[in-house]
Design a protein around this ligand. Structure first.
Ligand SMILES: Nc1ncnc2c1ncn2[C@@H]1O[C@H](COP(=O)(O)OP(=O)(O)OP(=O)(O)O)[C@@H](O)[C@H]1O
Ligand SMILES: [Mg+2]
Length: 306
């Protein structure tokens, strides 16, 4: 069963491109990662089998290990436990399997904490145009996908539509205050370093990633999804070649197909997207499952996920 959208008996807080977020009560949220997939900021019509479970279970896997590094929002990513804690969800147990995370509800800091170990995406675009990132100069002579040592902390604000906007660190300090800005940068660096180190022996480069933080009861919490393919760039290490864009571990079959449709003049890059062939959906599903298996060292248990 794939799940493209959900309708649970809770108050819907937000439907993102991929996640449906519900309020359980004042202190708890239910985050449900659907099987929706987006590319080039457009959500596809097809759902990708097991993608939602990969996102949620990978986040849970990281959070378990980050216990000593940062406090986080996860209460449970186990559907049986979630149903025990929120009995109204019992009729939806099957749908929740693997996909749902019960979380402490935080007041969200309105900055996306992006940390980049390699120069890619919007950072590469800006660097190419002006040698800067969010207006700050970077060393000369960097190439596309060059490694950045030390990693670059490059906050952004979340745009309601389209691309997020990179902001300067002084701007971030204005938004969240000096003390919080310093703490969020420190935490982002520590979590990224942990993730990149864990991914490396698995043959995956964690090129960059985005964290969100909130606060609750005077404590800073890591929230949202954590070091998933949707919030990060995962690159196959054995194909890494600076000076060009890198294949994406997870979405490359999808991107290649869409690029082909664009070049053929059959798609203008905006919604609605073209219909995806079943083979592209299958290949994307296989990539997500493979990313999970490689990173965690064990396959995602799909037996219980109908
Ligand atoms: N513990 C939490 N407390 C409060 N808000 C949270 C928590 N965890 C996540 N969120 C919020 O949940 C929302 C998830 O919606 P979001 O729009 O990011 O969905 P998405 O599917 O990831 O879409 P996109 O791909 O556009 O990011 C975010 O706004 C995030 O700040
Ligand atoms: Mg998001």
């Amino acid at each position: 069963m794939t799940v493209a959208t959900t309708a649970l008996p809770l108050a819907l807080v937000r439907r993102g491109k991929v996640r449906d977020v519900y309020a359980v009560d004042d202190t708890r949220l239910l985050l449900v990662a659907t099987d929706r997939v987006s590319a080039f900021d457009v959500v596809m019509a097809e759902a990708v089998p097991f993608k939602g479970a990969v996102l949620t279970q990978l986040t849970a896997w990281w959070l378990d290990q980050l216990d000593g590094i940062v406090a986080h929002h996860m209460l449970s990513a186990d559907a049986d436990e979630i149903v025990r804690q929120v009995p109204a969800l019992a009729p939806h147990r099957q749908l929740l399997g693997g996909r749902a995370m019960l979380s402490r509800r935080a007041d969200v800091f309105p900055v996306e904490c992006v940390i980049r170990g390699y120069l890619a995406g919007s950072a590469w675009k800006e660097y190419q145009a002006s040698g800067t990132l969010a207006g700050e100069s970077l060393p000369a002579g960097l190439r596309e996908s060059s490694r950045l040592t030390p990693p670059l902390f490059s906050p952004a604000t979340k745009a309601e539509t389209g691309h997020d906007e990179n902001i300067t660190i002084p701007r971030m300090r204005e938004i969240v205050g000096d003390e919080v800005a310093t703490r969020l940068e420190r935490l982002s660096r520590d979590i990224y370093a942990f993730g990149a180190r864990a991914a490396e022996p698995r043959g995956i480069i964690l090129a960059d990633t985005k964290f969100e933080f909130g606060h609750s009861g005077g404590e800073i919490l890591l929230i949202d999804e954590v070091m998933t393919p949707d919030s990060s760039r995962f690159w196959p290490a054995d194909q890494y070649t600076p000076g060009r864009s890198q294949p994406s571990f997870d979405k490359q079959p999808l991107r290649d197909y869409l690029d082909g449709e664009r070049r053929a003049g059959r798609w203008n890059g905006e919604a609605p997207p073209p219909t995806l062939p079943a083979a592209v959906v299958e290949a994307t599903s296989a990539r997500y499952l493979d990313a999970f298996r490689r990173l965690t060292g064990r396959p995602l248990d799909t037996s219980a996920l109908a």
